[in-house]
Design a protein around this ligand. Structure first.
Ligand code: CP
Length: 334
């Protein structure tokens, strides 16, 4: 049984097959390939796009989706093994995964890191506990990576650029008033290097480098795919000649769980917002972001409203790639 916890667990041809199927589903959205099938979607954090696109996508394939918010409309869940459960959680993931596996054919989970202990959160223990105890495929709807977003990004780039090999993608840190999850940045790094892009990670200083496990994976991906990965703290050098600018804000990992201390760094970097002068340095680059996005904080109105902004395409493609993913995990084909 195959899960979808990280794109790193799938081969590049397998990922391309998902994208090819997503393109077919985009052209012809409705079918009954998952009639009688079901997915449970566990949201431990808010969502607009992920929740809507999974629910709608399952319906468009003839199946049904059940949305649960543990701790709100469902019992709170304990994910650690061997715990004396005298806290808030009413049941353990062993039973939650076991019961849901008797009811549904797929389980998705969104579980952001808790911003207390990166040594723990970087292990992705929540989704791994679910996968350990589930007897149906598990889908990552964003933990410390966001692999569904990766697929949507790559579908969007292939639509616009054709082959993305050796196209320059700048993954730029952007300003935001508080430290955010590194998941989308990790994921953009993984998928772009996987598909042979020349990736520049632009961030204000070393403290904003991504976790070594993702930097190392990006290096290994690039070595295998014929792409490249470099780090820059120089805005002009990084944007120069870019074919794609992908923006995300994230927290400095050395200050994880200490936002007040992180602010002492962050406050100096408002100028990392994506704006027209920076985009003017590029090779008429596409711009995208996973959304949600605070306008005139992460990117200017002019950038968001420009023809080169493909963020809405990427958001739409979440629907198509996730339908392809659910069909593939359940062995369905057109
Ligand atoms: N990009 C994304 O996952 O959006 P939501 O947080 O709204 O689901």
């Amino acid at each position: 049984m195959k899960h979808f916890l990280s794109t790193q667990d799938w081969t590049q041809p397998e990922l391309q097959n998902l994208l090819d199927l997503a393109n077919q589903l985009k052209a012809s959205p409705m079918n009954e390939t998952l009639a009688g099938k079901s997915v449970a979607l566990l949201f431990l954090n808010p969502s607009m796009r992920t929740r809507t696109s999974f629910q709608l996508g399952m319906q468009q394939l003839g199946g049904i989706a059940i949305v649960l918010e543990p701790g709100k409309d469902a019992w709170g869940v304990e994910f650690n093994p061997g715990v004396v459960m005298d806290g808030e959680a009413e049941e353990h993931i062993a039973e939650v995964a076991g019961v849901l596996s008797r009811y549904v054919d797929l389980i998705g989970i969104r579980a952001f890191p808790k911003f207390q202990d990166w040594d723990l959160d970087r292990t992705d223990y929540v989704i791994k506990a679910l996968a350990q105890h589930a007897s149906v495929p598990v889908i990552n709807m964003e933990t410390i990576v966001h692999p569904c977003q990766e697929l949507a990004l790559m579908q969007t780039l292939q639509e616009r650029l054709g082959s993305v090999a050796n196209k320059k993608l700048v993954l730029t840190w952007t300003w935001h008033p508080k430290p955010l999850n590194t998941a989308v940045a990790n994921s953009a790094l993984l998928i772009a290097t996987r598909f042979g892009m020349d990736v520049t990670l632009l961030c204000p200083e070393e403290a904003y480098l991504l976790d070594p496990q993702f930097m190392a994976a990006g290096e290994a991906n690039a070595a295998a795919s014929g792409g490249s990965l470099q780090v820059s703290h120089d805005i002009e050098q990084a944007y120069s000649g870019a074919d794609v600018v992908y923006a995300k804000s994230w927290g400095a990992l050395p200050f994880y769980g200490r936002p007040d201390e992180e602010w002492n760094l962050r406050q100096h970097y408002r100028h990392f917002m994506v704006d027209e002068p920076k985009m003017g340095l590029t090779n008429q680059a596409l711009f995208s972001h996973c959304l949600p996005l605070r306008r005139n904080i992460k990117a200017s109105d002019a950038v968001m409203d420009a023809d080169y902004c493909v963020a809405l395409d990427e958001a739409e493609n979440r629907l198509h790639v996730q339908k392809a993913l659910m069909m593939t995990l359940l062995g369905a084909s057109l």
